[in-house]
Design a protein around this ligand. Sequence first.
Ligand SMILES: [Cu+2]
Length: 132
Amino acid sequence: MPFPFPTGAARLAAAACALALTALVGCSDGGGGGGGGATESATRSSASGGTQVTIKDFTFEPASLTVSPGAKVTVVNKDSTTHTLTASKGGSFDTGDIAPSKSATFTAPSTAGDFPYACTIHPFMKGTLTVQ
Ligand SMILES: [Cu+2]
């Protein structure tokens, strides 16, 4: 019976395993750090651009927004106080009160033109919606 042979083979196999483990650890140590996932948010912000107004630091951003007639415009309030986005003349659109970190949607006028708006709570907050 070749009794010592399996024992020797097992010892070899164990040694090979240890080597393989060492190699794996070395590999993950050296090859780590592939970079983060920052591209996803950039893609999303460009996709949502165009029909959104953000309110931050008592400012409409962008202050001048151009949309198509009848477009749905989303207004996001990123301040810690309530704001509105209300047409200054004619009252053709009005979000009503937008609570902090909430959003509201209004429909742009169906006729072309410049429509100045303001916040009814803070009248110094002004912007213009251009429909064309
Ligand atoms: Cu306001």
